[in-house]
Design a protein around this ligand. Structure first.
Ligand SMILES: [Fe+2]
Length: 446
């Protein structure tokens, strides 16, 4: 076999620049999220569902050390004595506050040392065909890992008691009216990807999926729609709930989305330390899969399958091709989607007309993660890379797939193929949903 060949130097320089920019952008967000609160708040566990922020902080550095400094760079370890402490599989979240974690100043210094080594090796690395380094994959994986923890840390901020620490401008106002549903004609589309260089293992490989015609909501379900379900007694009517969902609802006494409370004849909710009136035209957020499923049953619909979500987001009827995003192949801009923690809440429906899919489905990317009915599994031909623990160990009926990213997701960790997953009871994440339904034969396209 011929030896792996490095790429032409011009392409490598551009790739190096892009990696450096993305690493710095992730670190700026990590720094912001961990500097707006004092050391006591960093060390405290704000919810048994979440790690202390200082654990996330050092874990981000430790993963960067393991994959980039030691594996890609072949360098000496910076701190091999702490690997175990920051191994997410060895340390359950509930136990993390009792561990001898690095204090905040030491954690920050550790991240700085690791990052300096990464910049140093980035100058020298050859982007050969070795899968871990081809197209800068390991760097892209680490950028996405840090950004994913930044979203987790944002969810911790949302659970934190006490005065507001984070501030952001309001998202854009609606500029078009969006409502109702969109009919998606029957037929094949390409799901997943072989070509997106930083796509993770569970997004691969590309494969054809044939779907019958279906209808899908043009926008995520809004607070106003969800409040109508509550007002109609949706939470106390067992008919709408699955057996497991009903049992969970009763045990946990669920009666509204997380962070909501009654406010006169309406609702208020607490967002990042501030109470505000629930706005009817914003996508509902902080609902679990069981709540989403019950709402859909009440509305006479169902949750979309993951394939239905992806076809609505990526399939271009004029070419038959699947694109990277609903609006095309170009990277998200501020006009396309509510991403990057730019606004700390979902944008009202109709705020992103430039981000709609060719079929007219809006706000698929950003705003809220959307629950699908599909259990998390591998695409046909799945191969774990570079380690089973990224996604394969989570395959099975325990987890449901969420798609599209939220206002807390960074654009580097959000594509039309990107897949997230969680337990059906979870709602501390920025989770919402839209509905779908089968169509009658006389409704479908020929
Ligand atoms: Fe992690």
């Amino acid at each position: 076999m011929p030896a792996p060949q490095p790429r032409p130097e011009g392409g490598c320089a551009r790739l190096r620049d892009r990696i450096a920019v993305e690493l710095a952008r992730a670190r700026a967000r990590t720094t912001l999220l961990t500097e707006v609160v004092d050391d006591g708040e960093l060390i405290r566990q704000h919810s048994p569902l979440m790690s202390p922020l200082v654990w996330d902080l050092a874990h981000v550095g430790n993963q960067e050390e393991l994959w980039l400094v030691r594996d890609v760079g072949g360098r000496e370890p910076v701190r091999c004595d702490i690997d175990e402490l920051y191994d997410a599989f060895k340390q359950p979240r509930r136990d993390r506050p009792t561990l001898p974690l690095l204090p905040p100043a030491e954690a920050r210094a550790y991240l700085g040392t690791v990052r300096d080594k990464v910049y140093d090796l980035l100058d020298a690395v050859a982007f050969t065909e070795r899968p871990l380094v081809a197209d800068g994959f390991a760097f892209g994986m680490i950028v996405q890992h840090e950004q994913q923890h930044d979203e987790t840390m944002l969810a911790t901020h949302q659970l934190r008691a006490g005065p507001a620490a984070l501030h952001a401008p309001a998202p854009p106002e609606p500029s078009v009216r969006v409502g109702g549903e969109v009919l998606v004609p029957a037929g094949e589309f390409v799901m997943g990807t072989d070509t997106d260089p930083w796509a993770l293992d569970n997004e691969r490989p590309a494969h054809r999926v044939d779907l019958p015609a279906y209808a899908i909501d043009a926008a995520p379900v809004t607070n106003g729609q969800y409040a109508a379900f509550i007002d109609d007694g949706g939470y106390t009517d067992q008919r709408w709930w699955s057996p497991a969902g009903w049992e969970h609802r009763v045990r946990e006494r669920l009666s509204a989305p997380m962070h909501w409370r009654r406010d006169g004849d309406g609702w208020s909710y607490r967002r990042f330390g501030r109470w505000a009136r629930v706005r009817a035209d914003e996508p509902v957020v902080h609902v679990c899969w069981y709540e989403a499923q019950a709402y859909a049953a009440w509305a006479g619909t169902r949750l979309p399958t993951e394939a239905e979500w992806e076809k609505a987001a990526r399939w271009d009827p004029s070419t038959g091709r699947s694109r990277r995003y609903p609006w095309g192949d170009e990277e998200p801009t501020e006009a396309h989607a509510n991403l990057d923690q730019r606004h700390l809440r979902p944008a009202p429906v109709g705020a992103y007309p430039a981000g709609a899919s060719p079929l007219g489905v809006h706000q698929l990317i950003g705003d809220v993660w959307e629950w699908t009915s599909t259990p998390f599994g591998g695409h046909p031909g799945f191969a774990a890379f570079p380690y089973r623990e990224y996604s394969e160990v989570f395959f099975g009926d325990d987890h449901r797939v969420l798609r599209g990213g939220s206002f807390g997701t960074d654009r580097s960790a959000c594509r039309g193929t990107f897949r997230n997953w969680d337990y059906p009871i979870r709602r501390q994440i920025f989770s919402g949903f839209r509905c779908a339904r089968d169509v009658r034969p006389d409704e479908s396209y020929r």
